[in-house]
Design a protein around this ligand. Structure first.
Ligand code: FAD
Ligand code: NAD
Length: 467
């Protein structure tokens, strides 16, 4: 029997980062993972493989749509899905092996098998070969993540009615695909296939895509994706999805309650994810769940059992890898007696379509609903010299500031490399910058970052320079 200061269940970005920080702070640390590879959803079937395929499909799209205008003549360009998936698998393998290396480097004991509570200080690990290890531990961190969600009538059969996991391993390029859910997964994976030539139709329950993001972003992304060939069915309620053998039939009700039937080679169900606690034996330790099935935690990410903490997708808040990581560091530092701080308002969100959409702080809709007096500055990407040079002219950058104090309250952008550009706004907001502060910083020319400066100028004094 081994005894640890902390035992972490789940090796996703929440769990493995927490393990590293705990070990750095001198704790004897165990990490339990039921799968053979470390890294959780993000590294194995989430962030990393999806970005690998997004990049491959983007290269293909550029070769078939943009190279000629750049003066590059290529003939007979073909998408080789088998090679794309092989490359993606190699990227995943390198990345997950990197986590194994980090665990070894930090003297973290990794136990492969299903972790479950015997009591609040004892955890059993059931390995694939049915052998059992018992661990005694001072503290436990639950980082068991999430699984794809679905609603009655759209149960994935993993053959033609698929989740993101199967979509990341397709053996063929479908001619047609219906995507249920116009959120992050639906639009990212929809983009992968659309760029490879699949006709993608999105069925979305809300009246706009990426409904939680700023409305201007949703509008511009809809325009861009429609141009690329996406078809959107908004305010549609899916009733039934049927695998007919060679295709799928999706029956939905439109806003007039009329039945609409769509047929496609595959149906990707992307209607959110649900917290995963199955097999954990939480009842043996007395840990409570809330009514959404999430592990209930207080502001210190502590459960109702004082030595048990929980982080990442399995608790409340955005289901994002970087949110899980920050929470992992928070718990480690708290246990080491430090006073960590985590500002949930400053966790950026990104949708890796092209152009990318990125956001931090409050949306215009949220601020208006809260009765805040605001100033909004916007700058179109097409007015940037850098954008014309690269032929990436779609998008806009929006800076929202407090009307009186000029403090930046939210920055939203749809722009080339917005995922990286947003960090200027995160840093500015971390230091409670005003829009004028951003506007007075010298930005290199020609770059997309000049759009942030211009939008800040538009917000602070309504005096953008280049429009
Ligand atoms: P997870 O990564 O889900 O890890 C949990 C781990 O716990 C798993 O490995 C699981 O096997 C293990 N586990 C569960 N129960 C047990 C048990 N009882 N015993 C042992 N092990 C157990 N987020 C981003 O920020 N950026 C992105 O670009 C992005 N892209 C995504 C793309 C897709 C297709 C998907 C599906 C998700 C994406 N996400 C992205 C979300 C991101 O993957 C999650 O927010 C993140 O992985 C959550 O981390 P976590 O550590 O909480 O849990
Ligand atoms: P999501 O919440 O982003 O989108 C789900 C969409 O489905 C929403 O637009 C919702 O209105 C719609 N919907 C819900 N029920 C529906 C129904 N019955 N019929 C039609 N539409 C319906 O969820 P997701 O795209 O499945 O992603 C899951 C999680 O993974 C997200 O929380 C996200 O944060 C994370 N993720 C992040 C990234 C990233 O950071 N780039 C990428 C992929 C996934």
């Amino acid at each position: 029997m081994s005894t640890y200061d902390i035992t972490i269940i789940g090796s996703g970005p929440g769990g493995y980062v927490a393990a590293i920080r705990c070990a750095q702070l001198g704790m004897k640390t165990a990490l339990i993972e039921k799968y053979d590879t470390l890294g959780g959803t993000c590294l194995n079937v989430g962030c990393i493989p999806s970005k690998a395929l997004l990049d491959s499909s983007e290269h293909f799209h550029n070769a078939t749509h943009n190279f000629a205008e750049h003066g590059i003549d290529v003939k007979g360009v073909k998408a080789n899905i088998e090679q794309m998936i092989n490359r993606k698998n190699a990227v995943v393998q390198q990345t997950t092996q990197g986590i194994k290396f980090l665990m070894d480097k930090n003297d973290i004991d990794v136990h492969h098998g299903l972790g479950s509570f015997i009591d609040k200080n004892t955890v059993k690990v059931l390995a694939a070969d049915k052998s059992e290890t018992t661990i005694t531990t001072k503290n436990v961190l639950i980082a068991t993540g999430s699984k794809p969600n679905f609603f009655p009538g759209m149960e994935p059969d993993k053959k033609r009615i698929i989740t993101s996991t199967e979509a990341l391993n397709m053996q063929e390029i479908p001619k047609t695909m219906v995507v249920i859910g116009g959120g992050v997964i639906g639009l990212e994976l929809g983009s992968v296939f659309s760029r490879l030539g699949t006709k993608v139709e999105v069925v979305e329950f809300a009246n706009k895509i990426i409904p939680a993001m700023d409305g201007t972003m949703s509008k511009e992304l809809t325009r861009v994706l429609k141009k690329e060939g996406f078809k959107f069915h908004l305010q549609h309620k899916v009733q039934k999805v049927t695998n007919t053998g060679k295709s799928v039939k999706v029956v939905a009700l439109n806003k007039k309650d009329e039945e609409v039937t769509l047929e496609a080679d595959y149906c990707l169900v992307a209607v959110g994810r649900k917290p995963f606690t199955q097999g954990l034996g939480l009842e043996n330790a007395g840990v409570k769940l809330n009514d959404k099935g999430q592990v209930e935690v207080n502001n210190n990410l502590q459960t109702n059992v004082s030595n048990i903490y929980a982080i990442g997708d399995v608790v409340r808040g955005a289901m994002l890898a970087h949110k899980a990581e920050e929470e992992g560091v928070f718990v480690a530092e708290l246990l080491a007696g430090q006073k960590p701080h985590l500002d949930y308002n400053l966790i950026p969100g990104v949708v890796y379509t092209w152009p990318e959409v990125a956001s931090v702080g409050k949306t215009e809709e949220e601020l208006i609903a809260a009765g805040k007096e605001i100033k909004v500055g916007q700058f179109p990407i097409k007015a940037l010299g850098r954008a014309r040079a690269s032929m990436d002219i779609a998008g806009t950058i929006k800076v929202i500031a407090d009307k009186e104090t000029d403090e930046v309250l939210g920055v939203h952008m749809i722009a080339p490399r917005a995922a990286d550009l947003i960090m200027e706004a995160v840093v500015a907001m971390e230091y409670r910058a005003s829009a004028e502060d951003i506007a007075r910083i010298c930005h290199p020319h020609p770059t997309y970052s000049e759009g942030v400066k211009e939008a800040a100028l538009a917000a602070t004094e309504n005096r953008p320079l280049h429009i």
